[in-house]
Design a protein around this ligand. Structure first.
Ligand code: MG
Ligand code: MG
Ligand code: MG
Length: 269
């Protein structure tokens, strides 16, 4: 087993999950801790844009956790969104901005949850609280995560704290947030090479409430119409997914990042 503590975000990792893992790695290394950022799935095109911009490689992919592995969770807490084997891992820390559900530990832990738009906004505050200097690389990782999760501050989940953090980070990074942000978001909207199966799984979260199992998935686009050209195919694929995974509901959201508009395809069992 690996002695170092593994840091990761949710399955089907988005930009916040990848960037916040890398930033949390740096934060802990600054404190002299033995940690490694890893990931639970493929890096999407938007995140690829960020990593290419910085000229860095994505974190190592892991398939599952060994029993007793020490871990730090960022950008999620629900076990059904986490690594295989999470039930028998030792969760040392959680830094998250989501609801708390399907989560339980044997041991005490450090848990920080804040109702802000992005995990990186909380990490930014942690750097400040420790009086730790933020380097350009981490500034770009954090502001990218904030732009992604808040869709350039247009998402209803965006808070004043996210905007303030991003503004401070853009000064360190010396970046025009609107210009960079739009390029980054656009890089994630090239959906043409994806099969319908890939499309509905690009950013999909498995959730449950009581005995109800559901998935909420989202794709970003600059043309909802373009995605809806494949509506029939998408519906067929969603139906198959509902059958195969025994879901009660599948919500597929197509978001126009330029006009902050969304269309939803919702199908149930
Ligand atoms: Mg996320
Ligand atoms: Mg997030
Ligand atoms: Mg998201």
């Amino acid at each position: 087993m690996e002695n170092k503590v593994l840091i990761f975000g949710h399955k089907n990792p988005d930009t916040d999950s990848i960037c916040s893992s890398l930033v949390m790695e740096k934060f802990n290394k600054n404190l002299g801790l033995d940690v490694e950022a890893v990931r639970l799935g493929n890096v999407n095109k938007e995140t690829e844009y960020v990593l290419n911009y910085l000229g860095i490689l994505p974190p190592r992919l892991i398939e599952k956790l060994e029993e007793g592995q020490k871990v730090i969770l960022v950008d999620h807490n629900e076990f059904n969104q986490s690594a295989e084997g999470i039930e028998n891992a030792i969760i040392e820390t959680v830094i998250d901005h989501h609801r708390i559900a399907n989560f339980q530990t044997k041991d005490p832990l450090y848990y920080r949850a804040e109702p802000v738009g992005c995990t990186s906004t909380i990490l930014y505050k942690k750097f400040k609280e420790e009086n730790m200097q933020i380097e350009k690389k981490e500034a770009i990782l954090m502001l990218s995560a904030i732009i992604s999760d808040t869709l350039l501050f247009k998402s209803p989940t965006c808070t004043g704290e996210d905007k303030k953090a991003c503004e401070e980070l853009s000064k360190i990074a010396n970046i025009d947030v609107n210009k960079y942000g739009l390029e980054m978001l656009k890089a994630g909207t090239d959906l043409n090479d994806f099969t319908p199966e890939q499309l509905i799984n690009l950013d999909a979260k498995s959730l449950s409430k009581g005995n109800t199992k559901y998935v909420i998935a989202q794709v970003n686009t600059v043309s909802i119409e373009d995605v809806l050209k494949r509506e029939d195919e998408l519906k067929e694929t969603i139906k198959k997914e509902i059958d195969e995974k025994g879901l009660d509901l599948f919500v597929f959201t197509i978001t126009d990042i330029l006009n902050s508009n969304s269309e939803i395809i919702a199908l149930r069992k």
